[in-house]
Design a protein around this ligand. Structure first.
Ligand SMILES: [Fe+2]
Ligand SMILES: [Fe+2]
Length: 181
């Protein structure tokens, strides 16, 4: 996607592109919830794969870039933001983890109603969270960091991409497939 622009694009653009992948899976999870609520049998394999995606792509890969790289950078001397939404963003990451724990437990116990409740909770939370990051936090962060810091950050993100390359490939394939089903 827009490979030629990537070199000069602000670092958070990459994070926003990851959001688009996460939103694809969220849409698929919602569609599966509709089916379950419509009386269809729980697609155990789909939900297990979705949990794997959420834990390893959305959280361990994407949220780790935010929590371990972007957020600390925003606390560096010389980076001034009008307000600091990082605490709220971290709180929402944690709330998301709570929903995922609930989803996993319901999946193991074979409780469709609880599974749907936690899955929908996660989807709604993450959609709002992503909206806030794309439209408020990231633009504010880019302005506060400036082009040079942003470029350095992009390099650090690229190192994470390299480390997780194989796993990311598999998660992207899952997201594309889930969007089609
Ligand atoms: Fe986040
Ligand atoms: Fe994010």
């Amino acid at each position: 996607m827009q490979k030629m622009k990537e070199k000069t694009a602000p670092a958070t653009k990459q994070l926003s592109e990851e959001h688009q992948v996460i939103l694809k899976v969220i849409a698929a999870v919602r569609a599966q919830c509709d089916r379950v609520e419509g009386g269809a049998a729980l697609d155990q394999a789909f939900f297990a794969r979705a949990v794997d995606f959420i834990k390893n792509y959305a959280d361990k890969f994407h949220h780790a870039k935010e929590e371990d790289i972007l957020f600390p950078e925003l606390g560096q001397p010389g980076v001034e933001m009008h307000c600091d939404p990082r605490g709220q963003m971290l709180h929402e990451h944690d709330l998301g983890r709570g929903f995922v724990r609930g989803l996993e437990a319901a999946l193991k116990a074979g409780k469709p109603a609880e599974l749907v409740e936690n899955a929908r909770g996660y989807c709604g939370l993450l959609e709002e969270h992503i909206y806030k990051e794309d439209n408020i936090l990231y633009p504010m962060a880019e302005e506060a960091m400036g082009a040079q810091r942003s470029a350095k950050l992009g390099e650090r993100f690229a190192a994470v991409d390299e480390k997780f390359a194989d796993a990311v490939k598999a998660h992207l394939a899952f997201a594309s497939q889930a969007a089609k089903d």
